[in-house]
Design a protein around this ligand. Structure first.
Ligand code: 4AD
Ligand code: MG
Length: 477
């Protein structure tokens, strides 16, 4: 007999005479009640064992973590808390789990401990829920863009270019570390490397994405990106997933509209499709916040916060206005910020972003028109000659969730900018071709997928919303 998913059994509209379920034991109490979970839902199904007619050896093997198969009938539950339960006729142990050794004991574990056991943490309620929400969110991303006729593009993971010009790249090479081939002046001779040139893992698919937008009109990427920045924070990963739409003929306002609409859609999709998981995560967050000082607790429970984002307009504020607000703010005057804002041109740190979102506006904020010299080379220069058509979306508890811009479509201006920054024209000849042939206004943005998952799940550390996090000094699994 084919086994039925626990989710379908719990959602059954009738009792069923004969069913089979397979899963992992969460708990076993009174030698009689098994809480069985198979990952299809956060909810366990209760399996009632006829312990008088089950050999002792079998009962002893029903331990937390064991894989079992139960055959029996789905009956109305006499106990509180569930509508149906399984009256077990036949129980088979598929895989034992030594109760003394299984790390995921039915008790509260610290998130640090769970990270060290990332291969097993997914067997806990919280991580099961997070990973299901993550999966639903990624489907929502595709659903949004596909409905709107965007073309999904797989941009390369190994590339020769540094899209962000920040130099935070992991090298890709097949050259040996000893006897590395060198040029006459002692530099590594990449001509002898696998690709015959220097290559790295991509930091962004944007530049390649732009070439596709200038043919297909509206495109998006959704893939892994890599950054060798040594930021050991709760918001940074060395390997993260990014969604990068790029649209021909969109200006910065269209870009902001798209980003806001997109985020609202995917958040709503998760709320509509992950009810049980989000309810559980809301409870987890509320519990976690009890241990925090009042001032650091979020003002709304998780689902209310998600509803707030779906139902309210993001506040759009220019960088210049933001600097004025920050300069006059209490933490700035009282020197509570680590980086004091003195003048226009300052780069915003996460403390500033969080002040704007959490204390001042109390809603998601889109900052736009940043100073040119703190932003990437490809952004469209404004007529004032000192700001660019950049936009960042800042979220409560997260900080920057989206970074994007209208692109510099004018060949001459772009080349000038590259020269000033020491970016070689010949390295980006193909990128410049988009401006040589049929150039047009276009815009796009990048949304860090894990930061979105952080927001929706109410988790606070980015290491807890990706299956196997890669961070400085950590690449286990
Ligand atoms: O702001 P970023 O660096 O922008 C770009 O890469 C552009 N090429 C995007 C574009 O216009 N197509 O990164 C975009 C987003 C950030 O807002 C943040 O959400 C996320 O990617 N991000 C990270 N997420 C996790 N770990 C990191 N180290 C991240 N760096 C950026
Ligand atoms: Mg950014």
């Amino acid at each position: 007999m084919r086994h039925t998913k626990v989710k379908d059994l719990l959602n059954s509209t009738t009792t069923l005479p004969e069913i089979n379920a397979k899963g992992w034991v969460r708990t076993f109490r009174n030698n009689q009640f098994i809480a069985l979970n198979d990952g299809s839902t956060i909810n366990n199904i209760q399996c009632v064992v006829d312990f008088e007619n089950t050999p002792d050896e079998t009962l002893k093997r029903i331990t937390t973590g064991a894989a079992i198969s139960v055959t029996g009938s789905l009956v109305e539950s006499k106990g509180a808390g569930q509508k149906y339960e399984i009256q077990v006729n036949k129980l088979e142990i598929l895989g034992d789990s030594d109760a003394e050794k299984f790390p995921m004991q039915p008790k509260k574990h610290s998130l640090e401990f769970l990270r060290e056991n990332a291969h097993l943490r997914v067997r806990t309620n919280a991580f099961g829920a997070i990973m299901r929400v993550r999966s639903v969110l990624s489907f929502a991303v595709h659903s949004y863009f596909q409905q709107k006729g965007f073309v999904y593009v797989n941009t390369p993971i190994i590339t020769g270019s540094d899209a962000e010009g920040a130099g935070e790249m992991f090298k890709v090479t097949a050259l040996p570390f000893d006897n590395t081939p060198r040029t006459e002046d002692g530099k590594v001779n990449y001509k002898e490397d696998f690709f015959g040139k220097e290559t790295n893992l991509t930091v962004s698919g944007q530049l390649e994405g732009e070439t596709f937008a200038m043919a297909l009109g509206q495109i998006y990427t959704f893939g892994p990106t890599f950054r060798a920045e040594n930021s050991n924070t709760s918001r940074h990963l060395a390997e993260f997933w990014m969604i990068e739409p790029e649209v021909a003929f969109n200006d910065l306002n269209d870009n902001m509209d798209l980003a806001e609409d997109f985020i609202k859609y995917v958040v709503k999709y998760a709320v509509d499709h992950c009810g049980d998981d989000l309810k559980f995560l809301e409870g987890r967050l509320t519990e976690e916040e009890k241990s925090k000082p009042q001032a650091e607790r979020s003002e709304m429970p998780l689902l209310e916060k998600l509803g707030f984002v779906m139902d309210n307009n993001f506040k759009r504020v220019s960088y210049t206005e933001a600097i004025d607000i920050l300069r006059d703010s209490t933490p700035n005057k009282k020197k509570k910020f680590q980086y004091i804002i003195n003048e226009w041109g300052a780069d915003l740190q996460s403390e500033h972003e969080r002040y704007l979102v959490e204390k001042h506006f109390k809603c998601p904020v889109i900052l736009f028109d940043y100073p040119a010299n703190i932003k990437a080379f490809y952004m469209r220069l404004n007529e004032d000659g000192k700001t660019v058509r950049a936009m960042d979306i800042l979220f409560p508890g997260i900080g920057e969730i989206v970074g994007g811009s209208q692109r510099e479509e004018r060949f001459d201006v772009l080349v000038e900018k590259m020269k000033a920054l020491g970016i070689e024209e010949e390295d980006l000849w193909w990128y410049l071709d988009t401006r040589r042939f049929g150039s047009a206004v276009h815009s796009g943005f990048g949304l860090g997928f894990e930061r979105l998952v952080l927001f929706v799940t109410g988790m606070t550390n980015i290491r807890d919303v990706i299956p196997f996090p890669r961070t400085p000094m950590n690449a286990e699994f």
